[in-house]
Write a protein that binds this ligand. Structure first.
Ligand code: SAM
Ligand code: SF4
Length: 338
């Protein structure tokens, strides 16, 4: 059964009229909404050590709902809550319910480090979240602590079981590939084999320049091809070889799938349908460009006007490549939400 809320023909037509398109003809329908910059983890590839975020700067519940309502009226149909760690917000279930109830929103998703998921999974599901991504780079407790700064492997792994039994329509594991930490064949296989036991996707993501890490020329970068080398028996998923930003594969006999997300070696900007709003209410047309537009404090009409202006400036593609010089690029991932 689909987890996407059905729409009537008249709603579909109205949405076609309202839909926002950028200067390259891409229809924008997916909002990644960061609800906090705070996070109990300090992952080496993400954490903003000098600027960890505070409660005071965060959009309030009414501010979040106002922005989400205006954007849903402009053609946004999918919202993903992210951060920082979204489960740090005490009002996270109210945020979920409010967004779920917006008539234009058909899919509500959330990305978490999983640390508090075991205790909150059911509540989130009841509040309307249908898809959940859990970030777990390794099942090895010592390496997990080395990457995240927290001895939390066991808690995060129990979040997987909790998510599966809470009945989310889609559960995905996100792992950032890190040279020398989790990119050897045994580590990749160990994570990938979760898809043998559980009906979930394990997605390996190429490192982007954020936190304390540089990208391609930095010490940790590994290409997504490492996954194909580690798992020679992988076969392209016959039903859905590409989904969103991921190329999908299957291990023989697996319940779930393996995804490779390669923003560096296989850029997917041409099909980008996303915009982002940061925890302090700045609209970002592109993850990898510093251009931002303030939405906080604006009226609905002003928000619409700002979104239209911002989309005209959404770049055609980002500037990171394996051969390029990306030393000057450093995304504030913890603030933007990935
Ligand atoms: N705290 C939550 C979590 O860890 O899932 C949500 C926020 S986190 C910024 C969102 C996603 O961005 C995670 O899947 C994380 O692995 C990914 N991410 C963070 N920094 C990254 C980087 N430098 N390169 C690629 N992905 C990154
Ligand atoms: Fe926190 Fe998620 Fe960033 Fe790790 S990836 S520091 S858990 S926001």
């Amino acid at each position: 059964m689909s987890d996407v809320r059905p729409v009537s023909l008249s709603q579909l037509l109205l949405r076609k009229v309202l839909a926002v398109r950028d200067a390259f003809g891409r229809d924008i329908s997916y909002l990644r909404l960061s609800v906090t910059r705070r996070c109990g983890f300090s992952c080496i590839y993400c954490a903003d050590r000098d600027c960890p975020g505070s409660l005071a700067e965060e959009l309030s519940l009414p501010e979040i709902l106002k922005i989400a309502e205006v954007l849903s009226g402009m053609g946004i149909t999918k919202v993903r809550l992210t951060g920082g760690e979204p489960l740090m917000r005490r009002d996270i279930t109210e945020i979920c319910r409010g967004i779920r109830d917006l008539p234009g929103v058909r899919t509500l998703a959330l990305t978490t480090n999983g640390f508090r998921l075991a205790e909150t999974a059911r509540e989130l599901r009841e509040a309307g979240v249908s898809r959940i991504n859990i970030s777990i780079d390794t099942r090895n407790p010592a390496v997990f602590a080395q990457i995240t700064g927290v001895p939390g492997a066991e808690a995060a792994l129990s979040g997987i079981e909790a998510a599966l039994s809470a009945g989310f329509a889609k559960v995905k594991i996100n792992a950032v590939l890190l040279k020398g930490l989790n990119d050897d064949a045994a580590s990749i296989r160990d994570l990938a084999e979760l898809s043998l036991r559980y009906p979930l996707d394990v997605r390996f993501i190429e490192l982007m320049p954020a936190g304390g890490t540089a990208c391609c020329k930095g010490e940790y970068f590994t290409s997504g091809a490492a996954v194909l080398r580690a798992l020679p028996e992988l076969r392209e998923d016959p039903e859905e070889p590409v989904s969103g930003v991921a190329r999908l594969y299957r291990l023989p006999g697996a319940l779930g799938r393996i995804g490779i997300i390669a923003p560096v070696t296989r850029r997917f900007c041409g099909g980008c349908n996303r915009i982002r709003v940061t925890a302090d209410g700045m609209l970002r047309p592109c993850l990898l460009s510093d251009r931002e537009y303030r939405l906080r404090g604006l009226s609905a009409a002003e928000i619409r006007e700002t979104v239209t202006k911002a989309l005209a400036m959404k770049p055609g593609e980002h500037g990171i490549s394996q051969d390029g010089d990306d030393d000057h690029i450093r995304i504030r991932m913890q603030r933007i939400g990935g």
